[in-house]
Design a protein around this ligand. Structure first.
Ligand code: NAP
Ligand code: ZN
Length: 351
């Protein structure tokens, strides 16, 4: 019999989160059960709750930056022990056999059932949809559960499970490192971690922001330079100087001005997911043989690599830790770009 637990969910796109009861499956032999300690609030939670992409299933319990304590393990589990910290990110299952899964790119699974995300996906075990981390517990297959490095603060590390991997994956794929210049567009949850991770990889990092007060803060985060995107003169100086641009902007914006930052053969990688189409002038890529690409979270193995990389470099998020009762005001503040730089919910306050 599945177990009933408390969660924070919404019943429609225009409704706030409210306490509700959901079911978690019985522990299977290859499952790990977590008592959720912390769950970060990602802008993707907000997009999905508002049904920005038209793919919302309700009731919906968002939350996919989950750190918890192992409270039970199935009989076949070998990697986790009761009492340890562990984490669950965006992906909780996939076919395991398609070409994408064979390459550890479970986020692009093309096999039967596709990628199962930690919330708002068809649930392969008990039907209905998966429910995310704004809840008391999570049950996840061992092979999709992440080991938490002991030296990272578990609350501040929670955002690594989505924001961290989403920026680490393209930075690694497109080889950010010594001798490379990386621009980070948008200093939000993803952006502030992109600055730290690109810097730790050895790249020169420039932050571009629409928020004047973040210009100085970007230096504290480790950026070598920070520019207000509305400062035409500074933007002109940056033209044709960047190798990699990581675009984390969550709303519609002018891509041409960011493509113009690229040096020959440079690449703009979209990770932000504005619901509206984005347009470019063909000359923005034809000139300089520039590329426009995208990247979606990261596979399980590279998520573990990213956690271990962040542990080696002492990288965590700057967080505002909140209680369950503050979750709706936190989402409102995220919606108006008023967070430095990630809200993390202390799930022990859900009683
Ligand atoms: P966030 O904390 O709200 O950060 C987004 C940042 O974008 C803001 O802090 C702001 O930075 C900038 N921004 C917002 N509106 C803007 C506008 N109209 N024009 C220019 N800049 C604007 O959100 P997040 O959690 O980092 O997520 C960012 C985006 O990535 C969301 O769309 C989210 O859904 C998406 N995402 C994608 C993946 C993936 O796998 N591809 C994974 C996670 C999230 P400044 O104040 O510095 O300008
Ligand atoms: Zn996310």
């Amino acid at each position: 019999m599945p177990t009933q637990i408390k969660a924070l969910g919404t019943t429609a796109a225009d409704k706030p989160l409210a306490q509700m009861h959901i079911l978690r499956r019985d522990l299977q032999p290859d499952d790990v059960q977590l008592q959720i300690l912390y769950c970060g609030i990602c802008h993707s939670d907000l997009h999905h709750m508002k049904n920005d992409y038209g793919a919302g299933n309700y009731p919906m319990v968002p939350g996919h930056e989950i750190v918890g304590r192992v409270t039970a393990v199935g009989s076949d589990v070998t990697k986790f022990r009761v009492g340890e910290l562990a984490a669950v990110g965006c992906i909780v299952n996939s076919c395991g056999a398609c070409p994408a899964c064979a390459r550890d790119l479970q986020q692009f699974c093309s096999g039967k059932g596709g990628t199962t995300f930690s919330f708002n996906s068809p649930d392969r075990h008990i039907g209905g949809t998966t429910y995310g981390g704004f809840a008391q517990t999570y049950v996840c297959k061992e092979s999709y559960t992440l080991r938490m490095p002991a030296n990272l603060d578990p609350a501040a590390a929670a955002p690594l499970l989505c924001a961290g991997i989403t920026v680490h994956s393209p930075l690694k794929h497109w080889r950010a490192g010594p001798g490379k210049s990386v621009a980070v567009i948008g200093v939000g949850g993803l952006g502030h971690l992109a600055i730290r991770i690109a810097k730790a990889m050895g790249a020169r990092v420039v932050a571009l922001t629409t928020s004047p007060e973040k210009v100085a803060d970007a230096a504290r985060l480790g950026a070598d330079d920070a520019v207000l995107a509305s400062d035409a003169e500074k933007m002109r100086e940056l033209q044709s100087t960047m190798d990699i641009v990581i675009d984390t902007v969550s709303a519609q914006h002018d891509l041409d001005s960011y493509l113009g930052l690229l040096n020959i053969d440079g690449i703009v990688v979209l990770v932000g997911l504005p619901p509206q189409p984005l347009f470019i002038k063909p000359f923005s890529v034809v000139q300089g043989r520039r590329s426009l690409a995208g990247s979606n979270i990261g596979g399980i193995a590279e998520t573990q690599d990213m956690l271990d990389f962040c542990a080696r470099h002492g990288i965590v998020a700057d967080i505002e830790r909140i209680g369950a009762s503050q979750i709706n005001s936190a989402f409102e503040r995220l919606d108006r770009n008023d967070v430095r730089y990630r809200f993390v919910v202390d799930m022990s306050t859900l009683v």
